[in-house]
Structure formats: C-alpha cells, structure tokens
Design a protein around this ligand. Structure first.
Ligand code: HEC
Ligand code: HEC
Length: 254
C-alpha cells in the first residue's frame, strides 16, 4: 500500500460519521448536560467508571464509529446494564461530541493552574470551609463530606458549587427544617426518611430521629445553607481551592 492509499483510507474512516452534522459550543454544552443527567451515575464524571470502557478517551469494547456510539446510546446494549435512552439522533450526537471533548476538558481542570497546598490552607483557614465540611476526619459533619469529591465531580462542577451553591443541590446533600408540636425548631442534614420518621444530623452534629407524628412543620430546604464565595475569594484563591478539592480521591489514593 503506497502513501496515498493510506491517506485516502484514513479520510474514508475519519470523515463520514461527522460529515453529516455541523456543531458548535452550544451543542457541546447540550451534550454535557445530557451526559451529567443521564450517564454519570454509572459511567462517572470522567466516563471511566465502567470497567473496560473509557468514554472520554474513545476506549470502547463494542463501538468503533461515532455512529455505533450514537446507536448504543439510543438503543442500549441488551442483556447488560447499559439502558436504552429516549433521545433524538441529534441529542445522541451532542453527547458523542461532548465525549470527544471530554478528555480535553478533564485535563483542563486537572491542570487548572491552581496550587492544591494553598487551596488546602484556604479551606482549613480563612475560607472557613471546615466549619461545615469534613475531609478525611477533619472538620464538621454538618455539610457533605468532601473526602472523595475529586472522584465524584469535575473541576467545573466543584467551582460552581462554591460560587453558586443554590445552582444544583445533589439529592444526597439536602437539608430539612422542622418544627415539633412542642415548638422546637430543628434544622440539619437529611440522612434518611420513611413514612413515619426522619433522621437528620442537626446543626450541632447530633443524630436525631424525628417522628413525623410529632412534627407541626417539616420541609426540605430549597436554598443551600452554604454561603456563596463569589465575592469572598479572589479568582486565584478559587482556582487553588478547586485544585485542592479535585485532588481528593478518598482515603486510599491519598
Ligand atoms: C445504569 C447504568 C448505565 C447508564 C445510566 C448508562 N450506561 Fe453506558 N454502559 C453501562 C454498562 C454497564 C456498559 C458496558 C456494557 C457491556 O459491554 O457489558 C455501558 C456501555 C456503554 C457504551 C459502550 C462502550 C463500548 O465498550 O462499546 C457506551 C458508548 C455508553 N455506555 C454510553 C453511555 C451514555 C452516553 C450514557 C448516558 C446517555 C450511558 N452510557 C448511560 C452502564 C450504563
Ligand atoms: C455554613 C456551612 C458551609 C460552609 C461554611 C461551606 N459549605 Fe460547602 N456545602 C454546605 C452544604 C450544606 C452543602 C450541600 C448543599 C449544596 O450543594 O449547596 C455544600 C456543598 C458543597 C460542595 C458540593 C458538594 C457536592 O457533593 O457536590 C462543595 C464542593 C463545597 N460545598 C465546597 C465548599 C468550600 C470550598 C467551602 C469554603 C470555601 C465551603 N463549601 C463552605 C455547607 C457549607
């Protein structure tokens, strides 16, 4: 095979799957949103949590072309945990282009230029984050434990949580406010609930079980108890804190 046949071959394989669509940043953003809402739960924020599959680096066991990936997203893989999705072809396509960008975006946040050590000092010092958050045994348990936050969320999501805490509150991080029939007001982090009772960790880090029958009022808090740090941290400080939190991967991995 001479040089030109190889080039033509490469073109033949590279072009067809993408030639039929054009796309821009808005499509990549759409794809990112769909991915976060539908795929992260199994594939993880970086697309590498299903063993043998690394969506962000094009490492697939079954799919070879972009079209294969679109078909798998829509149809699922029968007989496996990969479910079908009720997406249009265009929606599936936006996910595919997001997946192609993902590795790039991930390395952006990993090397965001921040200094994890300075970020840690800020977190434990002037940032006051340990007043609510615990990392590997240090700090308060009234807010979510952040020891593994680098595994669960991407840099951009962590940053958004810090500057705009109300934007998205994950189900496992909800707070509740209750008033007992005796008039006591209790608020705290929701740990568990069933038909008759609610378990919370109150603001003094006490585990409390409240009987619903004893409550006059009970509500999930829509606004985050966390203050926004938008105007409290400089851009450089924010970058450092995000670098620190992104580096947290639980106990084993440091
Ligand atoms: C309930 C869990 C679950 C959800 C939700 C899920 N997947 Fe999967 N996915 C899997 C599993 C498990 C596999 C591996 C199946 C196998 O080959 O055994 C897989 C395989 C794949 C593959 C094929 C990889 C290959 O090796 O060829 C692609 C592509 C994929 N998923 C993309 C997505 C996208 C995009 C979404 C969101 C729209 C999504 N998945 C949602 C569990 C899930
Ligand atoms: C007054 C208590 C409080 C303080 C102080 C606080 N947080 Fe939070 N934080 C919370 C609560 C409660 C949540 C869960 C609700 C939410 O997502 O906003 C949260 C959520 C988060 C999340 C998202 C967690 C997830 O699972 O995605 C991050 C990241 C975070 N905080 C980082 C910080 C950093 C960094 C600081 C210091 C600069 C800080 N927090 C200070 C209470 C606090």
């Amino acid at each position: 095979m001479n040089h030109w046949t190889i080039v033509c071959f490469a073109l033949l394989f590279a072009v067809p799957a993408f030639a039929q669509h054009t796309f821009g940043q808005a499509d990549i953003d759409d794809g990112a949103r769909l991915f976060r809402a539908n795929c992260v739960i199994c594939h993880g924020p970086d697309g590498d949590k299903v063993s043998g599959v690394d969506l962000g680096h094009g490492k697939f066991r079954r799919a070879t072309t972009n079209e294969d990936v679109e078909n798998i997203i829509i149809g699922g893989i029968p007989g496996t945990a990969m479910p079908p999705h009720n997406f249009t072809e265009r929606e599936a396509f936006t996910i595919v282009i997001y997946l192609r960008k993902m590795a790039e975006l991930a390395s952006d946040s990993a090397t965001n230029g921040g200094d994890p050590a300075r970020g840690q000092a800020l977190f434990e010092g002037k940032g006051g984050c340990t007043a609510c958050h615990n990392i590997l045994g240090k700090g308060s348990r009234t807010g979510p434990n952040l020891s593994e936050i680098g595994l669960l969320r991407r840099g951009a999501e962590i940053q958004r949580s810090i500057v705009d805490p109300d934007a998205e509150i994950h189900l496992s991080n909800r707070s509740v406010r209750a008033t007992t029939k005796g008039g006591e007001e209790i608020s705290g982090r929701l740990l568990n609930s069933d038909t008759f009772s609610v378990q919370i960790l109150d603001s003094k880090e006490r585990l409390r079980t409240l009987q619903r029958a004893d409550l006059r009022q009970y509500a999930i808090v829509e606004k985050s108890p966390m203050p926004s740090y938008k105007d409290k941290l400089s851009a450089a400080e924010l970058t450092d804190v995000v670098a620190y939190l992104s580096s947290l991967k639980g106990a084993e991995a440091k």
